[in-house]
Design a binder for this molecule. Structure first.
Ligand SMILES: *Cc1c(COP(=O)(O)O)cnc(C)c1O
Length: 402
């Protein structure tokens, strides 16, 4: 950070008032507009990360700003002891977009909480003795103890052992191994349709269809964690729709309210019925302020046909990135893409170093594995901005490859 950014940050002296949980931040951003971010020095950056696949409509979108500002001046919070005017319309929209038969929604505040609720729902629905849950290696489901236990990254577990028991992790896209992992205590499965944090790894359509069939045969609940892949980002409203399979439970967060903290769990009616008053709860969840943003965001995503926009932009990204010598391949779907770099392009660097070089040239992306960049730009990005961003990636690679 520059001196101006450090001053705006307000952390002075050698003792930071903030816990060092995220490492030292490279930028302090103070303003956003569409696909652009401005730091405290006024330097413009293109945002191809969207705060981790969150701000799909771009920063300071007028329709969302207006809805939130109006709600903030009217009624922000009442708790779940009372109803508010946004809950049913938002839930109905999610039910329609999920398009998997009649279901119901429970609002939460984040992705981890939505998954926590889903994992508790498995226990309640299946009963004692069937609390086990299978998930995939390299998956990411959140940082609470249960969602961490579901996360298939053992190195993240170690400092926090013992974790809740009953979780097991299987190789991604391997149906035979999935079937072998099923013991009588397993009651559910949680999968991402595209693994986001794990490296942008899409599920094979056949794998998801096979998992669905096995879940049907054995009475297992199939939870799709659509926290990152959902809300149109992969070119369908939800990633599991590429495979044409129906979920029993869907969890959502990131793209749902363009940056206001909203999470949600959807479940088929008969599964949802397992939760009765007193089983779960959250003080903030479903509050009018956050849901005013979700309502406006969903309306705008539908108006622009976000999945179609994601597919069109994907084609542009692929046409520019795939011919580059530095790019081994592009994986992912829609506007959730992993750009695998060749060893020559990396030239001893990690993808995170390339992302940092991009940042210094005014482009926000991240290194999702040591060898791949993640691109999750907003739907409202323009063709010119895509070309500009890809050019920056090329320049950042070239700078160290020479
Ligand atoms: C980010 C993410 C989560 C966790 O969401 P938080 O809002 O950070 O708790 C869960 N699942 C997936 C697939 C994610 O990408």
């Amino acid at each position: 950070m520059t001196a101006a950014q450090a001053a705006a940050w307000g952390a002075t002296g050698d003792h930071s008032p903030l816990m060092d949980n995220y490492g030292s931040p490279p930028r302090l951003f103070v303003k956003g507009s569409g696909a652009e971010l401005y730091d405290a020095d006024g330097t413009r950056h293109l945002d191809f990360l969207c705060g981790l696949a969150v701000t799909g409509l771009g920063h300071a979108h007028p329709a969302i700003t207006e809805a939130v500002a109006a709600q903030a001046g009217t009624l922000t919070h009442t708790s779940n002891l009372f109803a508010n005017e946004h809950q049913a319309p938002v839930a109905e929209t999610l039910n329609r977009l999920i398009d998997a038969g009649s279901g119901q929604v429970l609002f939460q505040n984040s992705g981890a909480e939505a998954n926590e609720a889903a994992l508790k729902l498995v226990r309640k629905y299946q009963g004692r003795g069937r609390h086990g849950v299978v998930s995939a290696l390299r998956s990411f489901h959140g940082r609470t103890l249960m969602s961490l236990a579901a996360t298939g990254q053992p190195e993240k577990h170690e400092p926090f052992q013992p974790l809740p028991e009953g979780f097991r992790h299987v190789v991604w896209n391997d149906l035979a191994e999935f079937e072998r992992s099923l013991t009588p205590e397993v009651g559910g499965v949680i999968l991402e349709s595209v693994q986001g944090e794990g490296g942008v790894n899409p599920a094979d359509d056949d794998y998801l269809r096979g998992v669905r069939q096995i879940c049907d045969e054995r009475g297992l609940l199939l939870i799709f964690d659509e926290v990152q892949a959902g809300m149109g980002r992969t070119g369908t409203w939800f990633g599991f729709q590429h495979a044409g399979v129906c979920p029993d439970v869907v969890t959502m967060a990131k793209g749902i309210a363009n940056g206001m903290p909203v999470g949600a769990m959807w479940a088929r009616d008969d599964v949802a019925a397992a939760f009765v008053p007193g089983d779960h709860g959250s003080t903030y969840a479903g509050q009018p302020l956050a849901l005013s943003a979700a309502r406006a965001t969903l309306a705008e995503l539908e108006r622009i046909d976000a999945p179609a926009v994601a597919r069109a932009h994907e084609a542009t990204f692929r046409s520019l990135l795939e011919p580059m010598a530095a790019v081994d391949h592009v994986r992912g779907r829609g506007l959730l893409l992993g750009v695998e770099l060749t060893p020559e392009a990396l030239a001893g660097r990690k993808a995170g170093d390339i992302a940092r070089a991009c940042l210094d040239r005014g482009l926000v992306v991240n290194g999702v594995t040591p060898t791949a960049l993640r691109l999750a730009p907003p739907f409202i990005v323009t063709e010119e901005q895509i070309a500009e961003g890809v050019e920056i990636i090329g320049a950042a690679i070239a700078e160290g490859a020479a």
